[in-house]
Design a protein around this ligand. Structure first.
Ligand SMILES: Nc1ncnc2c1ncn2[C@@H]1O[C@H](COP(=O)(O)OP(=O)(O)O)[C@@H](O)[C@H]1O
Ligand SMILES: [Mg+2]
Length: 410
């Protein structure tokens, strides 16, 4: 086990065994990413459950079982040390933990976002549940998991990074922690004694706006105003690259605008060198798929295009491109919020740049905004066409390219 924990980590580890705090029925840790919430809480959860129970069942829940394995299960040996023996039955998503005194408990692995987990957890009787990144799980799953804790002395262990202030977890659990008899601990990066200052700087430099306030400052704040922090001085390319790998990304529309961007990727940078944008409504003329295809070829301008990434719902246009047999086509990854976060990070890091001719992109950057009332983050569905094709490009092509590069460097 680790020798040095911060004060707050010690609380997350040992609250269940302290005179004033042990009366709580559970603990919620929220706050900044990389602040040591998961490590300290999971270690505390296993200590508590092994000291307090014998032959009982517990639930260990992550966003998905895969995420749970990567973030927690694979590290348990390091975190818990040699004092316990951990056996994993992969096929049954179950851990059996035995300590030196011969005590044994079972820990079932669940993924809040895995459909099957919801059904499985319904039938089980638990002495405790740990929810890692609980804000990313469906509310019904969290409530079901808590409802299964019927063994006397059972406790709930939650941790999460902040989302919007209207999020159910914030309103129903964090703000009501006292009335639900839960201990609430708020973490900042300073609570992780192992976080190297250089790594901390790197994380701080990755995020801007709402994501900075949530993930770095740990605030439950609303996504408001413009989605992206676009700065002409930083994001307009002074000179265009002369060669590189070329890609095109497409957001398809017939009445709504159609937007396509031509990208050149060199090293760690991607420059949008030109674009094609057509609004059927504004121009009073709707294009057919064939006409759009002609525009696509013109945009490519004879350059060797590696892939055309297309709006996954544009089945007819995808078929048209395939029928011409010239470009390789890929359906874009379309997880909106993850994609927006990725684009925001690339903008912040200076990875994305734009030729000054990309007028419709520049216009949309100055208009694309968050919808400001709602329980979850949502973007206004207008002025989002170039914004969508940029997101498709980043989530589908650039993410892989940059990851592959950093893997080569390691
Ligand atoms: N007291 C500690 N000693 C050593 N490493 C730590 C300590 N606390 C956290 N870490 C490491 O720091 C990183 C971030 O911790 P983690 O618990 O995953 O943060 P969070 O859940 O808040 O994002 C992990 O690699 C974790 O193993
Ligand atoms: Mg964590």
């Amino acid at each position: 086990m680790y020798q040095s924990f911060s004060k707050r980590q010690m609380l997350a580890l040992t609250w269940w065994n302290r005179p004033v705090l042990q009366r709580y029925d559970g603990i919620i840790c929220d706050g900044a990413i990389r602040s040591g919430k998961t490590l300290s809480m999971v270690t505390g959860f296993f200590l508590w459950s092994m000291v307090s129970f014998q032959d009982c069942a517990f639930a260990l829940c992550g966003r998905t079982v895969g995420a749970l394995r990567r973030n927690i299960v694979d590290h348990l040996h390091t975190w818990l040390g040699d004092t316990v023996d951990i056996r994993e039955s992969r096929s049954e998503n179950r851990l059996t933990v035995t300590d030196g005194a011969g005590r044994r408990n079972t820990y079932y692995l669940f993924g809040g976002q895995d459909e099957s987990s919801y059904k499985l957890i319904q039938g089980i009787t638990l002495a405790g549940v740990l929810l890692d990144e609980a804000a990313l799980m469906p509310r019904s799953f969290v409530e079901q998991a808590c409802a299964r804790c019927s063994v006397a002395g059972s406790k709930l262990w939650f941790n999460c990074n902040p989302e919007g202030p209207e999020h159910w977890l914030y309103k129903e659990w964090i703000q009501k922690a006292r009335e639900k008899n839960l201990l609430h601990l708020h973490f900042t990066m300073a609570d992780n004694p192992a976080l190297d200052p250089a790594i901390r700087k790197r994380y701080e430099a990755m995020y801007t706006g709402v994501f900075y306030r949530r993930y770095i400052l740990g605030q439950w704040c609303m996504a408001e105003g413009l989605v992206y922090d676009f700065q002409r001085s930083k994001h307009i390319a002074n000179a265009l690259p002369e060669y590189g790998r070329y890609y095109i990304s497409v957001d398809y529309g017939t009445c709504n605008p159609f937007s396509a961007g031509l990208w050149c990727v060199t090293g760690e940078k991607a420059v949008r060198i030109r674009e094609f944008y057509h609004s059927g409504r504004d121009s009073g003329r709707q294009y057919t798929d064939e006409e759009y295809y002609t525009a696509l070829e013109k945009l490519a301008g004879g350059l060797p295009i590696e892939t055309v990434v297309v709006d996954p719902s544009a089945a007819s246009f995808i078929a048209t491109i395939r029928a011409h047999g010239k470009f390789s086509v890929r359906k874009a990854r379309n997880e909106v919020l993850n994609g927006i976060r990725l684009v925001a990070t690339y903008l912040q890091e200076g990875v994305l740049q734009f030729a000054p001719e990309c007028k419709d992109t520049l216009r949309e950057f100055s208009l694309y905004r968050w919808e400001e009332n709602g329980e979850t983050d949502r973007v206004c569905k207008e002025n989002d066409h170039a914004m969508d094709d940029i997101r498709y490009f980043c989530a589908t092509v650039l993410r892989r390219q940059l990851r592959r590069k950093s893997e080569e460097n390691e």
